[in-house]
Design a protein around this ligand. Sequence first.
Ligand code: FNR
Length: 184
Amino acid sequence: MHVLGICGSLRRASYNRALLRAAIELAPEGMSIEIAEIRDVPLYDGDLEAEIGFPEPVLRLREQIRSADALLFATPEYNCGLPGVLKNAIDWVSRGADQPFHDKPAAMMGASLATLGTVRAQVALRQTAVYLNLHFLQRPEVFIGRAQEKVDADGRLYEERSRQQIERLLVALQGWTRRLQRDE
Ligand code: FNR
């Protein structure tokens, strides 16, 4: 089972990227996780789309999403919502009748400096997913608050409880993906 990780932060020392790296270490037997790159996705512009179609970084991301069995989002919360870079990438990928989010199993997690750990960003992501027919696992929910106390200077998530939460999320995502694939 191949899972594509999508990070909502471009920051080198991103706590959310640390969650994805931890997920790679904690993936259950039979699951591999690769992290997508959204840094080069340009700002969505309908004129650009009309002129050239999908820019290369968008084409690449769409293909990575299409060929993944499931998606794993790790996103910060910015001003109680989704970071612009992530929403922008989702908006590009969502274009066209063959948009690759359709019927894709997915899970989400998030890390923040504050205690709520991206609760509101995750609600916003779920709302967008409804329209895209992207099937997010409902539970377990993974909100890693006060991430600065759980990730070390090398960007490794060391706090055991958070690691266990991610491990449980991945096992649930594996079961959820198998279930949706059986129903195809
Ligand atoms: C934030 N941060 C933040 N945190 C939070 O819990 N709720 C929020 O609404 C916001 N809003 C917000 C807006 C903007 C513009 C920035 C830059 C930051 C703080 C956020 O949790 C912190 O920067 C994290 O470290 C971001 O995640 P990464 O980059 O470490 O993955």
